[in-house]
Design a protein around this ligand. Structure first.
Ligand SMILES: [Fe+2]
Length: 118
């Protein structure tokens, strides 16, 4: 089970991101209204505003999803064949903070947090 990365970048102002932040911050989208014990969709999408390259020299390696400090899921990505967007199905018994992480092979680890109430 992977541990959250130790050095992590995040947007300084989510409403006014730099181009580097727009390419790397993994935004979290929740499908519907989460209810305790019921599955719901969590989509993590980076580069929504400014697409990130998926080339050998520069690409996203994976997208991880955590609830607080607990690892939930990972989506490994292959450059040249994938797009940095992952759809997970979560089942939560309690409210908490969904934390998305992604790793760029050039620009390091990036995160975004979203409170979720069930
Ligand atoms: Fe990058």
């Amino acid at each position: 089970m992977p541990a959250p990365p130790s050095t992590i970048n995040q947007a300084k102002d989510i409403a006014n991101m730099s181009d580097l932040e727009k390419k790397h911050v993994p935004m979290i989208h929740i499908g519907g209204t989460p209810r305790a014990g019921e599955p719901f969709e969590v989509t993590v999408w980076l580069g929504e505003q400014l697409p990130h390259p998926m080339e050998m020299e520069h690409h996203i390696e994976f997208i991880d999803l955590y609830l607080d400090d607990m690892f939930l899921a990972r989506c490994d990505l292959t450059w040249g064949y994938t797009y940095p967007k992952a759809c997970f199905t979560a089942v939560l018994e309690r409210s908490g903070t969904l934390r998305a992480f992604e790793r760029c092979n050039v620009h390091g680890d990036w995160t975004y947090n979203l409170e979720v109430n069930v």
